[in-house]
Design a binder for this molecule. Structure first.
Ligand SMILES: *[C@@H]1O[C@H](CO)[C@@H](O)[C@H](O)[C@H]1NC(C)=O
Ligand SMILES: *[C@@H]1O[C@H](CO)[C@@H](O)[C@H](O)[C@H]1NC(C)=O
Length: 190
């Protein structure tokens, strides 16, 4: 009986420690965000991890490959994200224009095709290796997590960090993807 009780106490403590870990991550993310340095976020990133529960994403997931995105400042204080990706054996480029929002590291994006607005936020970043991004639809049902990496290959710890981030955001394991590299369209330098 006593050992059963201590087992339960142990489980509850573990759960609480788990909670603390989550809270610490959230607090840490806020500290990093409040001193977000936009100029250090510029340049080339690789979309090394993605998670989304949209049905579109679930369908495309298996055929996705890594894409490269160049972040540049835009005239209105926002960002231009120019992505190069492989589609039907050809490299295509696509520019997304992000408007600044009131919070540092957060930007709004209106899809020219659908007219929907999303809020894209840098949740955690160390500028020279990785960034964790959260994208939420403001006027439509959409939620996505993105791992940006400065290099095409990832440390195992970084993959784990992203998986944990996704799970805290409510994504299940089967919605997380680490898109494979392709030889095409992924030059390290411009
Ligand atoms: C995706 O998850 C959000 C909550 O994070 C939920 O509101 C939404 O209904 C989900 N969408 C789908 C397609 O499952
Ligand atoms: C941002 O992208 C848009 C659309 O491609 C382009 O018209 C604009 O000149 C770009 N801005 C900068 C500062 O490069």
């Amino acid at each position: 009986m006593a050992s059963l009780r201590s087992l339960w106490t142990g489980l509850v403590l573990l759960g609480m420690l788990g909670m603390l870990g989550v809270l610490q991550t959230a607090a840490q993310a806020q500290i990093l965000l409040s001193d977000f340095q936009q100029e250090k976020f510029m340049g080339r990133w690789f979309s090394a991890g993605l998670a989304s529960n949209s049905s579109w994403f679930r369908e495309k997931k298996a055929s996705m490959s890594m894409c490269s995105t160049v972040v540049a400042p835009s005239a209105d204080g926002g960002l231009n994200l120019t992505s190069t990706f492989l589609r039907k054996d050809q490299c295509e480029t696509w520019t997304m224009q992000l408007q600044p929002s009131e919070n540092p590291g957060s930007y709004s994006y209106q899809s020219p095709r659908w007219g929907h607005t999303s809020l894209i936020s840098v949740v955690e970043v160390n500028y020279d290796e990785y960034a964790l991004l959260d994208t939420k639809g403001i006027d439509h049902d959409f939620h996505m997590a993105t791992l940006y990496s400065r290099t095409q290959t990832l440390r195992a710890e970084l993959k784990e960090k992203f998986s944990t981030f996704c799970k805290v955001q409510g994504f299940t394991e089967d919605t997380i993807v680490f898109p494979p590299q392709t030889d095409k369209c992924l030059k390290e330098k411009e």
